[in-house]
Design a protein around this ligand. Sequence first.
Ligand SMILES: NC(=O)c1ccc[n+]([C@@H]2O[C@H](COP(=O)([O-])OP(=O)(O)OC[C@H]3O[C@@H](n4cnc5c(N)ncnc54)[C@H](OP(=O)(O)O)[C@@H]3O)[C@@H](O)[C@H]2O)c1
Length: 276
Amino acid sequence: MKIVFYGAGNMAHAIFSGIINSKVTAPEDIYLTNRSNEDRLKKYAEELNVNYSYDNDALLKNADYVFIGTKPYDFDALADRIAPHIKDDNRFISIMAGLPIDYIKDKLNTTNPVARIMPNTNAQVGHSVTGISFSSNFGPKAKDEVNELIHAFGSILEVSEDHLHQVTAITGSGPAFLYHVFEQYVSAGTKLGLDKSEVEESIRNLIIGTSKMIERSDLSMEQLRKNITSKGGTTQAGLDVLSTYDIEHIFEESLKAAVNRSIELSAQDNDEDDDD
Ligand SMILES: NC(=O)c1ccc[n+]([C@@H]2O[C@H](COP(=O)([O-])OP(=O)(O)OC[C@H]3O[C@@H](n4cnc5c(N)ncnc54)[C@H](OP(=O)(O)O)[C@@H]3O)[C@@H](O)[C@H]2O)c1
């Protein structure tokens, strides 16, 4: 399986590293290109044994999957670069936030299959939750192959394209929302009189340990919580205070704001193009 990456930035690096580590495909079958930063491509070629090139014909020849990993605002220039060289067997996988499949097909001047993925930053540690939508002409075998590639850096949530906005909010922005909550917890914890750096380190380990409990247990989060809450105990006392605030409502509002912003940004990208 030949896989090409147009764009070898942070997110693309997390994806091809995951694919190489999971051995879904050999590094020699991975081809990288970018706009101009050849030093970066050389470094990856030396470290990971992947190939790199700026020759679009050679890159796209027999390429089964072509990841598009530029920023959305760089996509039009990229499309101009590759559209004349596209082959019938190329299938595209866009990691760009906000750009619809129809827009991508239009700019690439192709009817070839296109998938859109919305990974998150946890791809760097092989734990992205990645939303994915396929164009209707993506065949079942190709879908299975793409799912296998995505599994190499985490888990998958397949949704219709219009639901990618929700995925963007829940799991795309999700790490930042959770970091924010953890920050508040650290801040409150350090006010109890212990050494600040020791508290920070301890809460870091608390979060890692709690995540591992969730990972390894079949129990719901609610049950895990109930299992460690004795009636009249210290945990119950703290939870009683937490329950007086409508935390669910706060998250509902935050997620709605993120969904709305994703819709706005997506519309802006397309409007800007209409204005050209
Ligand atoms: N980072 C995240 O957490 C995250 C999460 C979800 C989705 N995404 C999406 O991932 C995409 C990439 O983000 P990133 O953070 O990885 O960006 P990045 O680190 O800035 O990388 C962008 C890459 O695109 C290349 N590029 C630009 N124009 C090109 C062209 N005409 N031909 C070929 N390559 C070109 C750049 O090459 P040069 O270095 O040579 O300029 C660079 O390798 C974005 O669309 C973003 O929406 C990112």
